[in-house]
Design a protein around this ligand. Sequence first.
Ligand code: GLA
Length: 376
Amino acid sequence: MKVHVQAPGRVNIIGEHTDYNQGFVLPMAVSMGISLTAESRSDKLVKVYSRNLDQEASFSLSGLIPADSHNWWDYPAGVCWALRKAGYKFSGANIVFGGDLPIGAGLSSSAALEVAVAAALSHLSSLKIPFRELALIAQRAENEYVGVQCGIMDQFASALSMEGYGIFIDCRSLEYEHVPLNLGEHAFVIIDSRVKRNLADSAYNHRRAECAEALAVINRAAGKQSKSLREISLDDLEKARPVMLPELYNRGYFVVRENQRVLAAVQAFQRGDLQACGSLMNQSHEGLRRLFEVSCKEVDLIVDAAQAFRGVLGARMTGAGFGGCVIVLVRRERIKKLQERILEKTQASASRAPHFYVTKPAAGLKVTGLPSAERP
Ligand code: GLA
């Protein structure tokens, strides 16, 4: 049996560092992604070939143990491990994949690869796993096998997005809703700062730990047992402030406000108020920069230049941060001029010129040959 799978990357419109705090996010799939072909084998071997790297790796399904190795094949291997942990029985496969997503830029190339591998193996062994569960398996691979404590946003966005829509996810209930993105005269432009997310994963895990710590202090101060920052009100936070380290207060304040911004952005998109969406994006960046402290000077330079540019409604860093991409909501007719302005502004300081991608809200995971009845 053979299968072809396409899994897109994603860009987050708003709701950063909220998913692992059980809050709200509003990402969308992008038109770039992973394209993968797989063929089943009769043994327990998985061979994976990366067209972009021109490298092959192989592993046996029975010998998988999470290790601290940080190789690209940890993602497919992690998915196999997570599928087996979830109790699925499946055979080995020959997998070939490639794609047009920039790696490590914050557009979720790893989530797209994980989701694509999970979908391919599920299809080849007729497991009929719903897309939503494939996303959860992919997240488990990343959390427990690769060792990045990511939330569910990227895998959900890759697996479950719809063309023309953003996907609003409640990361506590894991319910989601497609939000129409009627952009009219406007478009989303992604600007890759090309600052690689060095040490991003450990810094990311560190932010996550800080959020847990902030929650513990707030709970102690308020005599509550809230399970996540999602359940915290600004009132709780103010009460705890005197006993909180300033940076922990800032992390908590950012998350509470960011959740509110996501809800406001969903309503604004639903009523077609792009101006309001843009202003929420700007506020989000301000918080990420000053309170959550996950931006960097190269990204701030791009965001500042974009926000000051006529025709731009909003601009913010997107993804985990510490480099990576900026998302800009801009009038279509101003895109070319915006690119020129950003290149001009970054010329003196950036070691590599930023890259630009004009993207539409794209479709999620596609598995060729999967009957529509098996879709979630
Ligand atoms: C990374 C993670 C996501 C999310 C974002 C920050 O992309 O994979 O789960 O936490 O960072 O919003």
